[in-house]
Every structure is written in structure tokens, then in C-alpha cells.
Ligand binder design. Structure first.
Ligand SMILES: [Zn+2]
Length: 56
């Protein structure tokens, strides 16, 4: 079973946020506005953040 949610940390400002692992839209950092993920092949492609923890 794939994890549905990821706790990620912004590479630019280290702000942590929870995202849906199959997000179909671009998600931006709520603090600095950096692009965190972009949709790729049905799952979120993490381009501006690193995974802190995978949530059930
Ligand atoms: Zn940020």
C-alpha cells in the first residue's frame, strides 16, 4: 500500500508541511512560495522539498 500523505520540508526555508503524495496540482511553500511539488505521471514529483516522514 502506498503512503497517501508525506510530511515534507522545504529546501529553501525548511518549513514543514503535509502534502498528498498523488497531488495533481503544483504545491507551493506557504512561507517562501517555492514550488514544492509538481504532478508527474499521477503522483507528486518532489522538486523543492525533501520527505521528512511518510504518513499513513
Ligand atoms: Zn519554503
Amino acid at each position: 500500500m502506498a503512503k497517501n500523505f508525506l510530511n515534507v520540508s522545504c529546501k529553501d526555508c525548511s518549513n514543514e508541511t503535509t502534502i498528498f503524495s498523488r497531488a495533481t496540482s503544483v504545491i507551493s511553500c506557504g512561507v517562501c512560495g517555492a514550488t514544492l511539488t509538481s504532478p508527474s505521471g499521477g503522483k507528486a514529483d518532489l522538486i523543492g522539498c525533501t520527505v521528512v516522514e511518510a504518513l499513513e
